[in-house]
Design a protein around this ligand. Structure first.
Ligand code: FAD
Length: 289
């Protein structure tokens, strides 16, 4: 479908972008990689004013500081995938982005765009919960505010972002001890958007598991963590096959509504259990290996 006419701006600073966003109000929309916004516009959504942020270089960075990795909102999936420091220090994030869509999507899609778009089954929304991500938001008054990922996602395609605000970056704490991780997802075809996602992150101090994170996409209105599943495993000296089966059964109860017209409730519930078990076994192998 041919897009409706719109005004196009290409600011080079956050302040300039915010000035345009405030001036054009609800009619203005940020464009990052365009991998979600353009398809929606092609479906007929009229957006009178596009604010293309791709030339705001201050939003494109990967840096390490104070025991955290910070990633600018405009950092593309393939840049995250190619980052040595992320591969070494935050391999779950590398694994997550390398499984998104196909090369064209990964060459254009941005971490900020994925989190701001807030699809309930987006891989990065799920993994940002598993990695205790914090979203840094640039407010129009020139200040920034920080929101934990589990408070940022409010509903399908709805976040804590207010009008005029720009998602600036995401920050993740680095782990000091041994970690295990995995992401599993269900798609209808290779490169398709996922219907279900399970992301697991285990920390082990040599004696006990701590900071166990199990996050899900596609089971509820937003990506969610299961505190119940996490608490069941936290503090254990070992995680047995029975523990994994128990947690997989607990995870199956999380399903709130059908995730897709293509899958039955029963099949979806079953697959949540299968993927939770698989992700936990793979994560455990990395801790113990
Ligand atoms: C064929 C295909 C396959 C895909 N497969 C997957 C997949 O397997 N897994 C997956 O998770 N996703 C998948 N996607 C979606 C993809 O990840 C999108 O790139 C992502 O959802 C949006 O990122 P973007 O940079 O393209 O954002 P855009 O499309 O440019 O923007 C998306 C939304 O976020 C807002 N926005 C963008 N950046 C900011 C910012 N910095 N501050 C505030 N608001 C902002 C925009 O206004 C818009 O509302 C797929 C997409 C396609 C087309």
């Amino acid at each position: 479908m041919i897009l409706e006419p719109f005004q196009y701006f290409s600011p080079t600073s956050i302040a300039e972008a915010q000035e345009i966003l405030l001036k054009y109000g609800d009619g203005a929309k940020i464009l990052a990689g365009g991998q979600s916004l353009i398809p929606i516009m092609k479906m007929g959504l009229e957006i009178p004013c596009i604010v293309d942020i791709k030339n705001i270089s201050e939003l494109n960075f990967v840096r390490e500081s104070n025991g955290r990795i910070e990633i600018g909102a405009l950092t593309k999936y393939n840049e995250i995938e190619d980052s040595d420091s992320i591969r070494k220090k935050m391999p779950l994030l590398s694994k997550t982005v390398s499984g998104i869509g196909h090369p064209l999507v990964r060459n254009r899609g941005t971490i900020g765009g994925s989190l701001a778009h807030c699809d309930p089954a987006a891989d990065l929304c799920v993994t940002s919960l598993a990695l205790d991500g914090t979203i840094i938001i640039a407010s129009p008054d020139g200040k920034t505010r920080s929101v934990p990922a589990d408070e940022f996602f409010k509903g399908p395609l709805t976040t804590d972002l207010q009008h005029g605000e720009i998602l600036h970056s995401v920050s993740f704490p680095l782990s000091k001890e041994k970690t295990g991780y995995d992401i599993q997802k269900l798609t209808l075809g290779h490169g398709d958007f996922p219907l279900l996602v399970v992301s697991v992150f285990l920390n082990f101090d040599g004696n006990r598991f701590y900071r166990v994170r199990i996050a899900f996409g596609g089971v509820a209105e937003t990506a969610v963590r299961s505190i119940e599943c996490e608490n069941y495993l936290e503090g254990k000296e070992t995680i047995s096959e029975q523990d994994i089966e128990k947690v997989s059964e607990m995870a199956m109860e999380l399903l709130e509504a059908p995730v897709s017209l293509e899958l039955s409730q029963e099949y979806t519930r079953h697959m949540i259990g299968v993927y939770t078990g698989r992700a936990l076994r793979n994560a455990l192998q990395l801790v113990m290996g």
